[in-house]
Design a protein around this ligand. Structure first.
Ligand SMILES: CC(C)(COP(=O)(O)OP(=O)(O)OC[C@H]1O[C@@H](n2cnc3c(N)ncnc32)[C@H](O)[C@@H]1OP(=O)(O)O)[C@@H](O)C(=O)NCCC(=O)NCCS
Length: 332
């Protein structure tokens, strides 16, 4: 992905723009620009696609006049405006394939983002490529210190996109959003400018060394505080649930089990934990092996997260903490 221009001083011009001519922004495959006349047909078409509109805050049909009004509102603009919303066009080889909303507060401190892609162009990384460029511009050029997004709890594609940007789930606001005739729950995701920078600089390769470390009174809280991304909680238990499982293990086949917990340390940083247990006395002799995810920082670097307990004979309860050098890749 193309790097975005480095930080420049924010300039407030007479007409309220925050700098001279920052848009269009270019990425490897896309151009992010202001909406224009030729976009009206495309915008109207995909915004009326029930698949695109399903979890959005507009009703169908979405009138062509709204597209025309949006284009008119952006005429002559070359930047996002403080205290206003901007609907940016996502342009692929001259064709409008989606749009990206930026709501910048009047102090240029907090920006809200939202996005829509035409169905035919989803699943190719365009949304993350466009949103990364815009977010980096907000942070590096305009000095935005916090980026937020709100979404329906059912919108997994959107949550995954936000997590790909380095944003994390912040809270669920119950019955807070009036939507299609009823109060609906709303998820909030957020990221500070520092978190965005840390995410950009995260390791992209598998860690050199992955070690199992004993959990002690001193480090147990560090491991307990690790969180996986919210969308992964569909597949794995939270740290709290896992700690509870370890403290109060379910008997296997009527036999008590002896759980063993180890922290997973990747290049010296806590990255997850591992739990296994042997049925003691009589009963199933096989240990089971649970790999729990830790900080999302290591996910793209190759730490594997199991969707549940998997059987393994390679680690036994009596094994001392050791060093593993092989990690499997994490999809996405
Ligand atoms: C939310 C939305 C914009 C996400 O779009 P998306 O295309 O899924 O998002 P991304 O750009 O992050 O693409 C991710 C996918 O592209 C794939 N991808 C990433 N880079 C790629 C590349 N260079 N080439 C090909 N595929 C790539 C990823 O593997 C991922 O696929 P997967 O989801 O099957 O794992 C889209 O679902 C949408 O428009 N939904 C309707 C509107 C909506 O609800 N908006 C959100 C309101 S809150």
């Amino acid at each position: 992905m193309t790097g975005i221009p480095l930080r420049r001083e924010t300039v407030r011009t007479d007409d309220g723009l925050v700098s001279a001519t920052p848009y269009p922004l270019r990425t490897d495959r896309l151009v992010l620009r202001m909406l224009r006349e030729e976009d009206v047909d495309g915008l109207t078409a995909y915004r009326n696609d029930p698949q695109v509109a399903r979890l959005q805050d507009w009703e169908l049909p979405w009138p062509r006049e709204r597209a025309e009004r949006l284009v008119a509102e952006h005429a002559g603009r070359t930047d996002v405006l403080p205290g206003k919303g901007t609907q940016l066009a996502v342009d692929l080889d001259g064709e409008l394939v989606g749009d990206l909303y930026v709501g910048l507060d009047e102090h240029c401190g907090v920006a809200e983002i939202g996005f829509s892609l035409a169905a035919a162009h989803q699943g190719r990384g365009y949304a993350v490529e466009a949103a990364s460029a815009v977010v980096d511009d907000l942070v590096d050029r305009l000095g935005v210190h916090r980026v937020v997004a709100e979404l329906s709890p059912d919108n997994v594609a959107s949550a995954r996109l936000l997590e790909r940007l380095g944003m994390t789930f912040e809270h669920l606001a119950e019955k807070s959003f009036w939507w299609r005739g009823a109060w609906d729950d709303n998820l909030w995701y957020a990221m500070s400018a520092d978190e965005r920078r840390a995410w950009r600089e995260r390791p992209r390769t598998a860690p050199e060394e992955v070690r199992l470390v004993g959990l002690t009174h001193e480090n147990a809280w560090t491991y307990r505080r690790l969180r996986t991304h919210r969308t992964q909680e569909r597949f794995v238990a939270t740290m709290d649930q896992s700690f509870t499982d370890a403290l109060f293990p379910e008997p296997e086949g009527g036999h008590p089990v002896l759980p063993v917990l180890r922290g997973i340390e990747a290049d010296g940083e806590p990255a997850g934990f591992l739990m296994w247990a042997d049925a003691v006395n009589e009963g199933t002799p096989d240990p089971y092996l649970c790999v729990r995810p830790g900080t999302p920082r290591w996910r793209p670097a190759g730490c594997r997260v199991a969707a549940g307990p998997s059987r393994s004979t390679s680690q036994r309860a009596s094994s001392p903490p050791g060093t593993w050098r092989t990690v499997r890749s994490w999809p996405g």
